[in-house]
Write a protein that binds this ligand. Sequence first.
Ligand SMILES: [Zn+2]
Length: 137
Amino acid sequence: MSSIGKLEKSLITFNSDLMKEYIKKGKRKEHISQTSIGGMYNSNVHRDGSGQPPNPIANQLESALLRMGPINTRSPICHNIIGCCCEVRVSNHLILKQPIPHKVKVKDIIFTKARRVRTNQYMKRCKNCISVFGREK
Ligand SMILES: [Zn+2]
């Protein structure tokens, strides 16, 4: 299986672990990631869910997000809040893991499909994320 195929598969386990954690901790609904994704850059992989915008945030990611409006506000092109998508959180982690000055083009990051954490249903990339990362391959 290709590395992205393995990462796709591991996202299903990641989601079921998240659900177990939510049940165990009795987390309130607003603290639950709705969607999750896996990302790859070079040999690094990372999985994460949607949530708060990352802080610190990589410069190139921040400037791509700011083209749509202030971070943590609703953009005019999309129903999602700028900076809160799982794609943003995963790519930020992968960029900041690279040696300084973190020379990564955001469009070079490879993603799995995004999935709803509760059901593993495939979620189409949102318009904010298409603007930052390009169309899904
Ligand atoms: Zn998005």
